[in-house]
Design a protein around this ligand. Sequence first.
Ligand code: SAM
Ligand code: SF4
Ligand code: SF4
Length: 357
Amino acid sequence: MLKVIRNKLSILPRLGVHTLDWHVRYALGKTPSPMACGIYMTNDCNLRCEFCNIWRKKVRVTIERDKVLNLVRELGKAGCFYLSFAGGEPLLVPHLAETVAEAKVSGVGYTHVVTNGYALTRANVLRLSEAGLDEVSISIDGPAEIHNAKRGRDKAYERVVAGIKLFKSHAPHIKIVLNTILTFTSPCDCLHAVELAEKFDIHAKIQPYNCHPAFESDRSLARDDRKAESVDLKAAKRVVNALLSSSCVVNSDVFLKAVPDYLKTGRGQLFKDKPCIYGHHHVEIDESGKVFPCLEGMSWENGFDMSGGLKKLLASKEYRQAVANLKDCKGCERTMYICYYEPRISFPLWNLLRISK
Ligand SMILES: C[S@@+](CC[C@H](N)C(=O)[O-])C[C@H]1O[C@@H](n2cnc3c(N)ncnc32)[C@H](O)[C@@H]1O
Ligand code: SF4
Ligand code: SF4
């Protein structure tokens, strides 16, 4: 998230150099150089959220230690600046802190972990701090009763609040962001995360609800509440106005202003009929270590094997073709994932100028 990253003044010069280098390479039609990468460390999880399909995958897979350590070294060599670890629940992966540390020594400028907070302890906060983690996102979806019901565990809320306190007291240099889902049916719930963020002097990030892809032969899929009840658009607009006026919300104004249309139509409108170049600046890696220019665009299937090395893979004809094919992808019309939207708003930089008009 640009608004959080830019608070870390020490890394701004490096970010500037990376951004300039990416633009030159892109303009010259060279091999995609990933500015940023998301690694899904595992599909295992300690919660059972009603809106999520990841924990419903039948086979539990966690990325192997040697594989992911090698991968982050390659990402450092390939010039990746921003690396985010998610899942499933990344805190369940014993080699998470070691991987963050390896990424930092390999040259990755900024590391981020997104967690449900349930397994946070003083010990693992200290381990992440020593590893050099820059930012943690902790997910929270409303006041205690609502959050616990959505997340399927009684103490889920309590542990998020305890987790915020642990980071504040034992790792004050790590930026804390509260991730919250803005739902079609109850958009006001997300304001709770903003209130908490203001109270603790941290940040909040708003993620509109998306219907997750169904995996394998899942029977009990997350409910698609876009069809279940009608959307209260007036309430949603009030929520968006409140978000726009809060200084702790890290989403761009362009993103927030696009939310009501998404809620109204169930379709993301911001990039309608615009070519997608996400795969030129991002790369995603699933829990088996497969590489994707975009997971959503490739339906969590058909990832690439990187046993020959990441640089070689990114330069390969097949990978470049996959990036080119995604130019016409309509995935960002089906969904409104912040992890795709915000980078697409900012890259290339002239996009930002055009979209912000
Ligand atoms: C898949 S989770 C993985 C990390 C961790 N388990 C957690 O819950 O924070 C990453 C983020 O996606 C959000 N998320 C999960 N399901 C979603 C959905 N259907 N629509 C929008 N966001 C969702 C979560 O709330 C969380 O902030
Ligand atoms: S949203 Fe996160 S915590 Fe909830 S089930 Fe999915 S992966 Fe687990
Ligand atoms: S349009 Fe969206 S989902 Fe499709 S490739 Fe681009 S970023 Fe991914």
